[in-house]
Design a protein around this ligand. Sequence first.
Ligand SMILES: Cc1cc2nc3c(=O)[nH]c(=O)nc-3n(C[C@H](O)[C@H](O)[C@H](O)COP(=O)(O)OP(=O)(O)OC[C@H]3O[C@@H](n4cnc5c(N)ncnc54)[C@H](O)[C@@H]3O)c2cc1C
Length: 389
Amino acid sequence: MDFSLTDEQKAIRDTTRAFIDKEVRPLEQEVLLRERQHRVGLEPSELRELQLKAKKFGFWGIASPEEYGGMNLPAVTQSLIWTEIGKTFIPFRFGGDADILLRHTNEEQAKEYLFPSIEGERISCFAITEPGAGSDAANIRTSASKVDDHWVINGEKTFITNGNEADFAIVIAVTDREKGARHGSTAFLVDRDMGWKSEFIATMGEGGPASLIFDNVRVPHRNVLGEVGQGFDLAMEWIGRGRYTIPSQAVGSAERALQMAIDHANTRETFGRKIGTNQAIQWMIADSEVELEAARLLVLRAAWIIDQQRNPRHASSIAKLYGAGMVNRVIDRVLQIHGGMGYTRELPLERWYRSVRVFRILEGSDEIQRLIISRDLLRGYTKLGAELS
Ligand SMILES: Cc1cc2nc3c(=O)[nH]c(=O)nc-3n(C[C@H](O)[C@H](O)[C@H](O)COP(=O)(O)OP(=O)(O)OC[C@H]3O[C@@H](n4cnc5c(N)ncnc54)[C@H](O)[C@@H]3O)c2cc1C
């Protein structure tokens, strides 16, 4: 068994790290300062500028197809990149990453939605969750009815990331009530100017998702994404991706935070000695390191299984469940090691403490991951230890 990275993986990881260190992390103090002054952390134009700088470094569309100017990197390499991104709290993403579902656009749709998204000219959001259907996504009620060559969408989506900024939404709606959402849903490309409205939702994290309201929104038939009836499968494809990108980021945030804890434990003195000489502190550091390394291996294994073109569901659920919990536990311990300073807005810890909490909820909550993992075993879809064979 060889745990070493290839030269290419190392080069991409190191270039990403260099970019984040040189261009992104230096903005952190400025953002913390602006926020203490009740100003916006970073303007969208500043984030865009960063993306264009990254483009010059050679990073654009890490998950987008090569034929459209993207890098189409393997999942393991993407995971390494997400880990580096997770080391900063600046909401930076490499540009040119069109939503993965836009790979299903036809030639005509690609010109209108995929290419401008890769160019960073259009922003999309993906909407399946509704006030009455989150974990139970097969219970969605938003409907689309065919009227001549149009579909008319009615319903409400909620907690939609980018919902307030996006100029088009990928919306999953029920098109065949009798078949139900699982087999009777369809994905639609719906421009904001077709008539949907959004409402910002304030959360404990930075920024916020939005509710989308569809009141007789007319969408031309040519805006069906994929096939009529394929919507639920596309939604599961979308949700599946987050199951390795989220824990990859979690590994990055935990790694950076743990290094802060080590540095603080080696310098802060109480009762005439460094706090790191106390077993209570040492154990928090040791427990965090064990969990961090376990999460790192789990997420890389899940990404590797994707690259092997094997079904990653079981491994990704394990990585997502463990990685999301791990980062919450590690940040909590690191904040504790920093004492009162950890609780202030001088350091990024309280912010991470708030923002990583959502990792345990979105794209399949902890409970849903446990449901998937146990069902796979109880129904014999996978056997214990099977992933290594
Ligand atoms: C910041 C943020 C961004 C998001 N972005 C998007 C987005 O871009 N697009 C989108 O479509 N959605 C998005 N979501 C929605 C997210 O996917 C849902 O919040 C999530 O699926 C949980 O659904 P829910 O909130 O309705 O909770 P519920 O489904 O009501 O669950 C409530 C609780 O019950 C538990 N539970 C539910 N069913 C079971 C069960 N069978 N067994 C045991 N426990 C169970 C859950 O784990 C949870 O703890 C986002 C959410 C947030 C908070």
